[in-house]
Design a protein around this ligand. Structure first.
Ligand code: FAQ
Length: 322
């Protein structure tokens, strides 16, 4: 391709992004745009499937049949989200095997939040309310991402996440209104999950390596700090309705800004968790690698079955349709 043609392609790409048109898999795109999307979408997909682990830990111990059925459906939904996202990433020319290999060898990340333990049943509620709540706040703008397959996957994911957030809220409400011991369990879970949930939005804007470029490409529509602030503003009245407090003495309404001020986040904790030193990093990745190895026979059987069907179709007698 001559440089004149490349420039023409670049101009067409820039014009499409400026006009809020969607970039589709067969469209020309800068290599750095493709790489950024693969990085973010892979991290997102990995988060969905690793995110199944902390909650799945409670499926066998859910306190009622109703709660168990809800939790099983939620964990299955997360697996589904991973599949939509891996499929969407594959439209960029990478294979699912390659992405999983990068996850298993620590060359791609997943969300820091899933490296914390689920110590009590109330943690299932706190994950639904706070973690799914943060995920929705981050992902609703991704429904308008400039890359078509990612944006479309997000529409369905957000609908399901919204159900997840409500089930978490409802679970916490039941505990908060229950016995004093149940109320204390709910409060303890919120105390432990609040700050890690704020870290899900990523480093502060002045330390976010990718935000400016991703926003210029309209992959991200808002900065990490904007979305974090939006999340805090949404959570404060919800915590009040739940009858639970948020563990931040500096949290207060700022009339001038029209937002809640909140305390300083311990960014060294996020850095450590991302580096692999969180409370459960080793356990989560170990479990993921084991599940992948133990599932090898399922992938092989599915591939063999597909190959058999293809052969059968080719050798089927023609008279049947003549
Ligand atoms: N954890 O320059 P930025 C869910 C990394 S899904 C780990 O700000 P960017 C559903 C970042 O990758 C939750 N790493 O980066 C669910 C980059 O590293 P790199 C996942 C983090 O991409 C609920 C570096 O730090 N959601 O919860 C984190 O512009 C319940 C510099 O950061 C998504 O992935 C972190 N918290 O913005 C499932 C949403 N923050 O790649 C089960 C899509 C930052 O250079 C149960 N992703 N890093 O090596 C995004 O929106 C963005 O990627 C951000 C980060 C906002 C996460």
């Amino acid at each position: 391709m001559t440089s004149v043609t490349t420039e023409a392609y670049e101009a067409a790409f820039d014009a499409a992004v400026a006009a809020d048109e969607r970039i589709e898999p067969r469209d020309w795109m800068p290599e750095a745009y493709r790489a950024t999307l693969i990085r973010q979408m892979a991290q997102h997909a990995h988060s969905e499937i690793i995110g199944m682990q902390p909650e799945a830990n409670w499926i066998t111990r859910a306190p009622s049949l109703r709660r168990k059925a809800i939790l099983m459906a939620k964990v299955q939904d997360e697996a589904g989200h991973g599949l939509y996202l891996y499929s969407a990433a594959e439209t960029l020319g990478v294979s699912r095997d390659e992405l999983l290999d990068k996850l298993h060898t620590g060359r791609q990340k997943y969300s820091s939040i899933f490296n914390y333990p689920t110590l009590t049943w109330a943690d299932v509620g706190a994950i639904g309310w706070l973690v799914d709540g943060a995920a929705i706040t981050n992902q609703v703008p991704l429904c308008r991402c400039s890359y078509g397959p990612y944006a479309r996957a997000m529409v369905r994911v957000c609908k399901e996440e919204s159900f997840h957030q409500r089930q978490g809220y409802e679970l916490l409400l039941a505990l908060s209104k229950g016995t004093p011991a149940q109320h204390a369990m709910a409060q303890d879970a919120v105390d432990r999950w609040w700050w890690p949930s704020l870290m899900m939005f990523g480093p502060p804007d002045d330390a976010s390596a990718h935000s400016a470029q991703s926003m210029a490409w309209k992959i991200k529509r808002h900065s990490n700090d904007e979305l974090r602030q939006r999340f805090v503003d949404i959570c404060v009245p919800q915590a009040e309705s739940l009858g639970l407090s948020l563990p931040d003495p500096d949290l207060r309404w700022n009339e001038e800004r029209g937002h809640h001020d909140f305390g300083t986040i311990d960014w060294s904790e996020l850095t450590e968790v991302i580096k692999g030193n969180g409370p459960c990093n080793e356990q989560r990745l170990g479990q993921r690698r084991r599940a992948h190895e133990e599932g090898a026979w399922v992938r092989e059987a599915a591939a063999a079955h597909a190959a058999k069907r293809r052969t059968a179709q080719h050798t089927e007698p023609r008279e049947a349709t003549a």
